[in-house]
Design a binder for this molecule. Structure first.
Ligand code: ZN
Length: 354
């Protein structure tokens, strides 16, 4: 039953804790992407001010994440495969004590898993000292295409704005941009701006809320948002984003509203400094209508089963609008401001030490 009025905070805390314990059968196909589910759950608990609820499990989760890091073998022949895996479904089996040198075929980093692994480590308070930063950067370099876009794995895959964003997050978090050619990345983003004002997955694509966020957040993380877009491009972009508000936000014109776009579009508007031009009451009412008061969790629409992505992004959307009881969110890195501040403190230490 759809429920508006208040955020069922305790239920959502339980929902995220459950997602950390076991993946429900309906999400079994996501087994190779378990890192992303851990990220939704951990960052969600952080937003809800409930990370202490997994205090006892924190260290075990950190060890699990590091066990999924693909590092260079003794001859360095797998350097382009370095980064983080999403789970031990493929490649070497789960073993936190096994030598990281024993990589086998199918052990390849995935750029989204590298981003979410680093995000999880930061959320958990880790100092990233066990991250092989040069190897992660080398892995990124192997993913960038001639047109500036990124694939997600070195074996080849679709290439689009999602992976551009993940590559920018990884580079920003590691304070190391040697994993990409920034000029090519910016060129790919600018070539993907549609006549509508928003941004598509690639050149010639229809403007869409997801890649619009990915591209604008990427420019922000590269410190290029102010300089790379013309005033007219910025104004058209703001207009396109603001017009995505119906009750909640939709991802494209004439599509139904969906909880996740309260973050994808909301965070873009926040980065552009105009989120307050939208109707917060309307957005809040829609987001709350998609939560389950029984199992906890939020769905893309009212009265359907919740999932971790929409639960997390719906709560993020509320946090952007200043919902009481929720932590502030860093709109470009998509982690709490608290976790981002932890990162910036680490980066200061790295800079002082170099
Ligand atoms: Zn959605």
């Amino acid at each position: 039953m759809a429920d508006t009025g208040k955020l069922h905070r305790e239920k959502h805390v339980k929902y995220f804790k459950r997602m950390l314990q076991i993946i429900p059968g309906q999400f079994a196909s996501l087994d190779t992407h378990r890192m992303t589910i851990a990220y939704f759950a951990l960052s969600g608990l952080d937003l809800l001010g409930a990370l202490h609820e997994v205090e006892k499990e924190k260290q075990a989760i950190i060890e699990w994440i590091y066990s999924l890091q693909v590092v260079p073998n003794s001859s360095g022949t797998n350097l382009l495969h370095c980064g983080f895996r999403g789970s031990s479904t493929l490649g070497h089996s789960f073993d936190t004590k096994k030598s990281q040198q024993q990589n086998i075929a199918y052990d390849s980093g995935h750029v989204t898993m590298s981003y979410t692994a680093l995000a999880c480590l930061l959320i958990l308070g880790d100092d990233l000292s066990r991250v092989n930063r040069p190897a992660v950067a080398a892995g990124l370099r192997s993913l960038q295409q001639e047109d500036g876009s990124f694939s997600c794995v070195p074996e080849g895959s679709e290439t689009d704005m999602r992976f551009v964003y993940c590559a920018c997050c990884v580079s920003h978090m590691l304070n190391d941009w040697s994993g990409m050619n920034k000029e090519k990345t910016i060129s790919y983003i600018l070539n993907s701006i549609s006549y509508e004002g928003g941004v598509g997955q690639g050149p010639g694509g229809e403007a869409h809320g997801g890649p619009t966020f990915c591209s604008i957040a990427s420019l922000f993380l590269m410190d290029e948002l102010d300089m790379s877009l013309t005033l007219q491009q910025k104004e058209k972009l703001k207009r396109w984003c603001i017009f995505r508000q119906q009750s909640g936000f939709q991802g494209r014109p004439n599509k139904p509203v969906d909880t996740c776009y309260s973050f994808w579009i909301g965070a873009t508007l926040q980065l552009l400094g105009v989120l307050d031009l939208t109707n917060f009451l309307c957005s809040r009412t829609f987001i709350l209508s998609t939560q389950s008061a029984i199992t906890g969790g939020l769905a893309k629409w009212p009265d359907i089963s919740p999932d971790p992505l929409h639960t997390y992004l719906g709560i993020c959307g509320l946090a952007l609008m200043g919902e009481p009881g929720l932590a502030a969110v860093h709109p470009a890195l998509n982690i709490t401001q608290r976790a981002a501040d932890h990162l910036f403190n680490l980066q200061k230490v790295w800079e002082d030490g170099s």
